[in-house]
Ligand binder design. Structure first.
Ligand code: ADP
Length: 487
């Protein structure tokens, strides 16, 4: 609208000029001439004023557009900064699009270390060499110190009375105008922002300072947020590192233990094996002597020989158990996976323990609950139930009761052997399956044993991929449960 008005005024002015010439030529009506001259001068003044106002408005409009573009770019950058997880990431978020939208052509954003140096994380429109030189110029300079202690941005201009360093910075950037500011967060590392552009102008330069101040404030809060996030993140990382380290150490220790355990099993196995031969010889010679082949024996001599044989039998049993435990542990024994007819299996077991049951007048109640088959090694599983039953017999007083119960439990068979015996105190339960462990109360001392029976039972059950557990109450009996998979 303004240019049209200006043109109209100029046309009217030109027409008035023509009339004036005519009047001059004619030399008449000098009064009108003067008036017309005044009117012409006023019109000329107004035309100039309008032109000047139009030009100023144009410039303000341009500045407003620039600010709007800057604020929109700031909003875009703000969204990107929200997802920054580390302070260093914040300093790398300045990109070419943001620099252009901020109204600049060059941009550098970097992190300032404690040694008053700067490491650029975003470099836009500047060569790596120039960026390096800028770093060298700024490192340790009073200028950088000032930026990092005073949040107000600094305007650098070639036509200003700047210091030599400022001129050098502008030269390296290759621009006539630049704004530099410190990013000073309350938490996290400080940084430095440098933006340069080709065109000067006092209104624009002042606006640059204000907008850059907003930008550096936003950067500082993003660094604070990410620093707050970084702390627990680093703690979590450290925790994970420690867990990994401990897991590795445990795995190492476990491997060593396995090796030691194997060495122990090998040793026990070798010693047991070596002992069996001389023991067999001792037993052989004792029976030979006892048979009277080398002369008739008196009763006391026979009694002593019978004792030798009994102890040799016990020792052989102990050595056999030790040997079996060592063999199963080292994986040298493979368990058969055969179907076992349950009724027949438990009838045999019952036959084997019948003399002891009868000797203590114990009631024996088997309850197979329709379970017909077990899967496993018949010989080894017989040892499991013989051991559990003979323990139940040993630790149950006369006239007590022993029950064997079977039931299907999913893909397993759960077999329990319960007694009404002396029971086991809770503190002993975790050690029951260790080799040579025996409860050390006086009642238990009366009963003979080696402390190897349950250790062997557990190895056999586990070699069948089963589990063994015990529940017991002192004075009220115990229940040993064996879970064996069917497949
Ligand atoms: P032991 O040869 O001593 O019986 P085991 O390994 O079979 O060795 O048993 C270890 C210990 O567990 C026994 O000494 C005994 O104290 C305890 N124990 C095992 N079975 C029973 C049970 N049914 N009732 C009470 N105590 C038991």
């Amino acid at each position: 609208m303004m240019p049209i008005m200006t043109a109209a005024i100029l046309v009217v002015g030109a027409a008035a000029g023509a009339v004036l010439v005519k009047l001059l030529q004619s030399g008449r009506q000098s009064q009108e001439l003067r008036r017309l001259q005044e009117a012409y001068n006023q019109l000329d003044q107004q035309a100039k004023l309008i032109i000047r106002t139009d030009f100023d408005l144009h410039r303000i409009q341009e500045e407003l557009d620039r600010r709007l573009a800057f604020l929109m770019a700031l909003q875009r950058l703000g969204r990107q900064l929200q997802v920054s997880l580390h302070p260093a990431e914040v300093y790398s978020k300045l990109d070419a699009e943001s620099v252009t939208n901020f109204g600049f052509t060059k941009g550098l954003l970097g992190l300032c270390g404690s040694s008053e140096s700067v490491a650029w994380h975003s470099v836009i429109g500047v060569t790596p060499e120039a960026a390096q030189q800028l770093t060298r110029c700024l490192t340790g300079s009073a200028f950088l110190k000032q930026l990092l202690t005073h949040p107000a941005p600094l305007l650098l201009k070639t036509d200003g009375v700047g210091e030599p360093l400022e001129r050098q910075l502008l030269d390296l950037l290759g621009v006539p105008v630049a704004v530099m500011a410190g990013v000073i967060p309350q938490a996290g590392p400080a940084g430095c922002l440098l933006l340069g552009r080709d065109l000067g102008g006092s209104v624009a330069a002042q606006a640059d300072e204000e907008l850059v101040a907003i930008l550096t404030n936003q950067l500082a809060s993003a660094v604070e947020n990410s620093a707050l996030y970084e702390e627990p993140w680093l703690a979590k990382q450290e925790l994970e590192r420690k867990v990994r380290q401990r897991t590795y150490e445990l795995a190492e220790a476990n491997a060593q233990l396995l090796q030691l355990n194997k060495a122990k099993s090998d040793f026990v196995s070798a010693v047991s094996h070596e002992l069996r031969t001389p023991l067999a010889a001792v037993k052989g010679y004792a029976s030979l002597l006892g048979s009277g082949q080398f002369g008739a024996l008196e009763k006391p001599q026979k009694d002593r020989l019978a004792k030798i044989e009994k102890h040799v039998d016990a020792l052989t049993q102990l050595i056999n158990n030790l040997l079996d435990i060592a063999r199963i542990e080292s994986g040298r024994v493979t368990m058969e996976r055969a179907p076992i007819a349950v009724e027949e299996f438990f009838a045999t077991v019952q036959d084997l323990v019948r003399p002891q049951l009868e000797a203590k007048r114990l009631r024996y109640t088997p309850d197979l609950d329709g379970v017909t088959t077990l899967t496993g090694d018949p010989q080894h599983l017989q040892r499991v139930f013989l051991n559990l039953l003979s323990n139940a017999i040993k630790y149950t007083p006369k006239d007590g009761e022993i029950r064997v119960q079977l039931r299907k439990d999913g893909a397993c068979v759960l077999a329990t052997v319960s007694d009404t015996g002396c029971g086991i105190a809770a503190e002993h339960v975790p050690k029951l399956f260790q080799e040579f462990f025996r409860v050390s109360d006086p009642a238990n001392q009366q009963v003979q044993g080696t402390g190897l029976g349950l250790a062997l039972v557990k190895r056999i059950v586990e070699a069948h991929h089963g589990q063994i557990a015990v529940t017991s109450e002192p004075g009220n009996g115990s229940t040993f449960s064996v879970r064996l998979p069917l497949a």
